[in-house]
Each structure stands twice: as structure tokens, then as C-alpha cells.
Design a protein around this ligand. Structure first.
Ligand code: SF4
Ligand code: MG
Length: 335
């Protein structure tokens, strides 16, 4: 709820002003068992930062985190360890997320031991074999002794997913889990995540820069731009009837929305990274206003409140609101 993340800049600044990268501003989202939520945005939109806050790898600058309705305290301790077990992250790059000097047994035995799921070598082996089977690395008894360099990118990502499952999480945060893989195997890995989501009733957050994959993989789609949440709702609704001008821009970049698929064919290419504004001194108000064809004076003054459009679809845009504003930019703009 209302998550904020500012990274202070500590370099010498002759004006003495405090500067920060305002990576995430007032972002709220919910994740639910057996439900996939896609978080879509260009690189630099803050989506990975949101995942790292949810995984408690970053402390938020502001906002509240709740798990099963209970606030997750920012301090460490047993409650935080429990939370970290329940919320697991799969990273984008399967080539750097596994340690090259250790075999697959080692990678999967560590979370089993840390979280107390295996009490002897035999239990551990049984559970590792079961995990490898669940991610379809078979025959499992051959994979258990392999090293990362002996595996393809897709196989490594399966190991990374098995490692996340070893903790027996309730929430799986997958940060661009297929974007570094060969196009030919992206769909397999995506389908694996979706199957596990259903089988384990995982709450899945699927982070992607590709809005076509969001439509394929997730019941709910959320769109971020420059650290702000701009639109969300049922994926079909958001993608068929986008309301926010940024979502409309994303979709207009797609040659043919009906043919888009997670295999990469016909998919949308997001606008170039350089077009995202600097988050050190982001535009005041709606951060999309420098690029928005509908920008009005109010858009340069304050960030629009969330407007509910019906059917669970909502947006933050003055085109749909009643001109109400949030206090976010009033506190964030004058550094
Ligand atoms: Fe455009 Fe204003 Fe809506 Fe932002 S709030 S998307 S600038 S119309
Ligand atoms: Mg990222």
C-alpha cells in the first residue's frame, strides 16, 4: 500500500541539495492465491524495485506491506525470516543467479535446510528429486549432480524456479523470468510458472516489459510508468480497452494485438529506454505529461488520484478523474 522507494544520491553536490532517484511513488497492489498479476513497464519504470520491496530485499522509503492482512514490520527477526520464506523471487538472468562452483544439489539443498524442510541426507535427496520433477528437469537423478555450465538457459531458469519452490512459498515474484531466454523456450518457462501457480495456488507476480506476455499469462495487468502506477485491471480489459494514454501508446506500438504472443512473434516493442524521464528530477505531477498528447495544466501540478472505471478497471489520469489530486507530488517535487 502506497509504497515509495527513493535512492539517495550521495555524490558531491555543490548546491548542497539532497537528491534522490525517485524510483517508486505511491504504488499499491494486491497479490492473491492462484492468481497471476502482471506488472508491465519499460526498463526504468520501477517494476523490479517494486519486486525487491515485496521480497524485502529493499526497505521501502514509505508505505506499508501486509502479508495475510498482517503488517510486515521493517525490522528483522523471526517474523521477517518467515515472511522471506513465504515470498520468493525468481530473477531475470539465469546465467548469474546460480553459483558456477556448486552443483544443482547444493543450490536446492540450501533452502531446504535453511527453512527446515529436510532433516537428513535422504529426505533432502528425495525432496530435491521431487523439486526437479516438478519443474520438469528429468530424469531428475541425472540433473541433481550437474553444474550450471552443463545446463541451457531454460534449464537454469527451471533450477532457479525449483530453488524458489524449495522454500514452499505462497508468493512467487518472477522478474522478467523469460526475457533473457531464447525465444523458442520462453513459452515453456511461462507455462511452467502458470502450471505451478495453479497447482500450488501461488500468488504470482509476473514482471514483464512485454504487454503481450501479460495478456497471455496474467488475470490482472498493472502498468507502471516512471515509478508511478498508471492503470490496472483485468488483463483483457486493460489490453482491449486501455484508458491511460501511456497504455494506449504501448499497445499502439504493437503491429497486431490479436496476434501477439509470448513467443515474441508480433509482440509489442516498448518505446526506447531513453524516453523515460530521469527519476532524479522527474516531471512534477503525472510523469507522463511531457509525452502525453492530452496533457493539461493540472497534469503538470499534481498526480491524479485513482479513478475506478468499473469491472475492476482503474487508472490514474485526469482525463477520467474529477480533477482530484493526491498529495504525493507536493512532498516529492521540491528538492
Ligand atoms: Fe496525460 Fe494528464 Fe492523463 Fe497524465 S494525467 S496521462 S498527462 S492526461
Ligand atoms: Mg528490471
Amino acid at each position: 500500500q502506497d509504497l515509495v522507494k527513493h535512492f539517495p544520491l550521495r555524490q558531491f553536490n555543490p548546491l548542497g541539495a539532497k537528491r534522490a532517484v525517485r524510483a517508486v511513488e505511491d504504488v499499491s497492489l494486491g497479490l492473491y492465491p492462484g492468481h497471476a498479476t502482471a506488472l508491465v513497464g519499460e526498463s526504468g519504470s520501477g517494476k523490479s524495485t517494486v519486486a525487491r520491496i515485496l521480497a524485502r530485499l529493499y526497505d521501502p522509503t514509505g508505505g506499508t506491506l501486509r502479508f495475510r492482512g498482517e503488517e510486515v514490520k521493517l525490522q528483522g527477526g523471526a517474523a521477517l525470516r518467515q515472511y522471506r520464506r513465504h515470498v520468493q523471487l525468481v530473477f531475470q538472468d539465469p546465467f548469474s543467479s546460480l553459483n558456477p562452483i556448486h552443483d544443482i544439489r547444493y543450490h536446492l539443498s540450501r533452502p531446504l535446510r535453511i527453512h527446515g524442510h529436510a532433516h537428513n541426507h535422504q529426505q533432502e535427496t528425495e525432496q530435491i528429486l521431487a523439486l526437479l520433477n516438478r519443474v520438469s528437469l528429468t530424469p531428475a537423478d541425472q540433473f541433481i549432480e550437474k553444474y550450471p555450465h552443463q545446463l541451457s538457459g531454460g534449464q537454469r531458469q527451471r533450477v532457479a524456479i525449483a530453488r524458489a519452490l524449495a522454500a514452499r512459498p505462497e508468493v512467487l515474484l518472477a522478474d522478467e523470468p523469460v526475457s533473457m531466454l531464447d525465444v523458442s523456450i520462453r513459452l515453456e518457462i511461462l507455462n511452467l510458472l502458470l502450471r505451478l501457480k495453479d497447482e500450488e495456488q501461488l500468488a504470482l507476480l509476473f514482471i514483464t516489459h512485454d504487454i503481450a506476455s501479460a495478456r497471455y499469462a496474467a488475470e490482472t495487468t498493472l502498468v507502471m510508468y516512471a515509478g508511478q502506477m498508471v492503470e490496472g485491471g483485468p488483463s483483457e480489459e486493460v489490453i482491449q480497452r486501455p484508458k491511460h494514454p501511456y497504455t494506449q501508446l504501448l499497445l499502439s506500438a504493437a503491429p497486431d494485438p490479436d496476434r501477439m504472443g509470448p513467443d515474441g512473434k508480433g509482440g509489442a516493442t516498448l518505446p526506447a529506454r531513453g524516453e523515460i524521464p530521469s527519476l532524479i528530477n522527474p516531471p512534477v505531477g503525472c510523469r507522463f505529461h511531457p509525452r502525453c498528447p492530452h496533457a493539461m495544466p493540472v497534469c503538470r501540478q499534481s498526480f491524479p488520484k485513482r479513478t475506478d472505471l468499473g469491472g475492476g478497471h482503474w487508472t490514474h489520469c485526469f482525463l477520467y478523474g474529477e480533477g482530484q489530486t493526491s498529495s504525493q507530488q507536493a512532498s516529492g517535487a521540491s528538492t
